[in-house]
Design a protein around this ligand. Structure first.
Ligand code: HEC
Ligand code: HEC
Length: 138
């Protein structure tokens, strides 16, 4: 009985050490070089989801914000050559601020958990939000 308990404690410890290593390893993850708004230790999976969200909510593809390296024929995701990328950083901060300041009714919840307002709220799958329609003639 006692040995069983000891083994259980040991197993938990081993798992904790592994999680510990994973947790320590993540911040040193140098996969992403130029994150200014998103957390620098974000997982590749979470970043992918956010980027896919941008394309859906704005009705664009990756190259709308990310400049192409003509020689290598790849997108330079860490470069800031397109103004759309910097505008997007401002839009990300604004959207988080709106959620935090006007929709966060419970202090235990963070702005990105609220997501009452998203890019889609204004953009509706368009890169430029719709203009106000002409007034209806009576
Ligand atoms: C509406 C604009 C927009 C679109 C569309 C977009 N991205 Fe991004 N992407 C950004 C911004 C802004 C950042 C930097 C975020 C920051 O500073 O925290 C970024 C960062 C990244 C990074 C991290 C680069 C680094 O090393 O710092 C990768 C990788 C990336 N995007 C991939 C993609 C892929 C793949 C797609 C298409 C599925 C995509 N992005 C679509 C705006 C966009
Ligand atoms: C509260 C409404 C609102 C929200 C939320 C919003 N946007 Fe915008 N966005 C706008 C408006 C309005 C413009 C046009 C501004 C202008 O014409 O100067 C714009 C412009 C942009 C542009 C530049 C378009 C161009 O062709 O110049 C990008 C890129 C963009 N938004 C990305 C985003 C992303 C990504 C999000 C979510 C993180 C977002 N926006 C959230 C209202 C919003």
């Amino acid at each position: 009985m006692k040995t069983f308990k000891k083994i259980k404690v040991l197993a938990v410890l081993v798992v904790m050490v592994f999680i510990g290593i994973a947790a320590v390893k993540q911040p040193v993850n140098e996969e992403f070089k130029n994150l200014q708004v998103l957390p620098k230790n974000i997982s590749a999976d979470s970043l992918d989801k956010i980027m896919d969200g941008f394309t859906t909510m704005l009705g664009v593809d990756c190259k709308y914000c990310h400049a192409r390296d003509k020689k290598a024929d790849t997108l330079m995701f860490d470069k800031d050559d397109k103004p759309e990328k910097e505008i997007t950083r401002r839009m990300m901060r604004m959207t988080a601020d709106i959620n935090k300041n006007y929709f966060q009714f419970n202090e235990n919840v963070t702005a990105d958990q609220v997501q009452a307002v998203t890019c889609f709220t204004c953009h509706r799958a368009e890169p430029m939000p719709a203009k106000m329609p002409e007034p209806v003639k009576h």
